[in-house]
Design a protein around this ligand. Sequence first.
Ligand code: TYM
Length: 334
Amino acid sequence: MIGEKKSLFSGMQATGNLTLGNYLGALRNWVTLNEEYECFYCVVDEHSITIRQDPAVLRKRARALLTLYIAAGLDPEKNCIYYQSHVSAHAELAWILNCFTYMGELNRMTQFKDKAAKHADNINAGLFTYPVLMAADILLFQADVVPVGIDQMQHLEITRDIAQRFNGIYGDVFTIPEAYLGKVGAKIMSLQDPTKKMSKSDENANASIYLMDDPDTVMRKCKRAVTDSEAQILYRDEQPGVKNLLDIYCACTGKTADEAVKEFDGKGYGELKTAVGESVVAVLKPLQDEVARLEKDKAYIDNAIKTNAEKANYAATKTLRKVQKKVGFPERIR
Ligand code: TYM
């Protein structure tokens, strides 16, 4: 809780090209939430350096992501949209929370195991303590809810555990956050292997639809999507490729799975794939146009960055000071 409203926090990494999964599973669901919640949306650039980055590319991607937040419909006057690295309280709280998190807990994190396997030459301590920084992000803003896709649930659980542990020692310092999952699209799968989530780090470019893919590319990737030999369009776990296409279709059109199955009754996979591709293009095209428009408006974006960083700093510092006092750091002399 911050002020009168309940508080909400979420973030995305500016690593790689954002996928349709990021959009349907997270970003798109954020747009209407500011009526009910005080919303903080962070470009988590500090998380990104757990994997080696080219500095110029990271800077560019971070700005592109912040612009995308706004293009997706997050009004920067009504939502606090900012860079994690502009609010030093994130790193400071993460340090404190590190001292309240166990190695055993972090060892269980599947994302750490996956990333460590993928980047075996750079298993750094930051990669290991990544969930603690994420906990700090959320707890700094006393978030009541955290809208994320299913893949982040384990990180949210550890955040709750850390917060409860801290509160158990020092009293009610942190709000215990709840996950907020979208009704559809919470787990969009790879187009080439529908048992794996669609991921920006997938090496096979055909596996993911990127938000900036042009219409031809989107159609081509949908047409190449892996399905099965059942030759029937049903929404069921036994047909993960078809199910994923229907999920994408429903998320893009607002139709229910039942409606979609009826619509494609007696039709072939080719028709399904075309319809899915068209529904994705219809969602992405306006988003891409808005990104292009905003990219030209440097002063507007710069102003949003400056004012929102101040707002985020103010809210975050308030929690940080409380925590610092609780753990016994000396008071500041004014
Ligand atoms: P990231 O950057 O990997 O993903 C951003 C958001 O997109 C969701 N998502 C998906 N949803 C559905 N289907 C998919 N295939 C898919 N792929 C990704 C993710 O669940 C996420 O909501 N650790 C986080 C970033 C983060 C964060 C936070 C999130 C840092 N601090 C605090 C919430 C609160 C991450 O790497 O997300």
